[in-house]
Design a protein around this ligand. Structure first.
Ligand code: ZN
Ligand code: FE
Length: 256
């Protein structure tokens, strides 16, 4: 079965923009174009022509390149229905349970509020590709700017229910600092210790730690583990509501 070829495009100081190219049809989507220039350079380098702009949420470091790319290629912008008023030029509104196709690849859309109230994620099962913006990071999650802990926890458990093989294409390279925080929560987690070493090695060579692998995240990311007894014990909240435990872990990260 065909899969996307996915090109990671570093942008701004620590954003990752993605190009997802369907060789079967030539369709090429950009996900969360922080700025246009590096996207244009990557398209040129790959010999791809842009056909879709996908946005996970309204923050400027995810939509900053929308207008220029839309103008230049005459392509539609697809983004969250729940935040349509905050994404200029949005053409196609999508929300929880909707599907949207880019060439031969079809995404299921999830509403994932918490970081922003209108955040969405695109899950392309045939490519094992999850574009989750600032909801889920490798070993971390986004700041809770607009949602409640209950909403954010529910968003994360939706993403956690995807297959272990899912590749986590997130919005930022925050992994190394996330690893330090995760170890402060779960210092005895052997999977996390090993992952943190891999991450340090990659960063020492200037290489990206993204995409993550969801199966590894389930074992190492404290924000996906607020209902795991050993994590609840580690933060002194055994047996409590996972959303409340999540809120405490998020609170600790904010001041870490
Ligand atoms: Zn954001
Ligand atoms: Fe961001």
């Amino acid at each position: 079965m065909a899969k996307f070829e996915i090109e990671l495009v570093p942008a701004l100081s620590d954003n990752y923009v993605y190009l997802a190219h369907d060789a079967e049809t030539g369709a090429t989507a950009v996900i969360d174009p922080a700025e246009a220039d590096p996207v244009l350079a990557a398209l040129e380098r790959k010999g791809w022509k842009l056909t879709h702009i996908l946005n996970t949420h309204h923050h400027l470091d995810h939509i900053g390149g929308n207008a220029e790319l839309k103008e230049r290629f005459g392509v539609p912008i697809i983004g969250p229905r729940a935040d349509s008023a905050r994404i200029p030029g949005l053409d196609v509104e999508v929300g929880d349970g909707d599907t949207y196709s880019v060439g031969s690849q079809t995404a299921t859309v999830f509403d994932t509020p918490g970081h922003t109230r209108g955040h969405i994620a695109f899950w392309f099962p045939d490519s094992d590709a999850l574009f989750c913006g600032d909801t889920l990071f490798v070993l971390g999650c986004g700041r809770m700017f607009e949602g409640t802990p209950e909403q954010f926890w529910s968003s994360l458990t939706k993403l956690r229910s995807l297959p272990d093989s899912a590749r986590v294409y997130c919005g930022h390279e925050y992994t190394q600092s996330n690893a330090r925080f995760a170890l402060s929560v779960e210092k005895d987690n052997a999977d996390l210790q090993a992952k943190a070493q891999q991450v340090d090695a990659l960063r020492a060579e200037g290489r990206p730690t993204v995409p993550g692998i969801l199966g590894e995240e389930k074992k190492t990311n404290p924000f996906l583990r607020a209902d795991v007894p050993s994590v609840q014990e580690a933060v002194g909240m055994a047996g409590q509501d996972p959303a409340v435990v999540f809120a405490e872990i998020r609170r600790r990260k904010d001041s870490f």
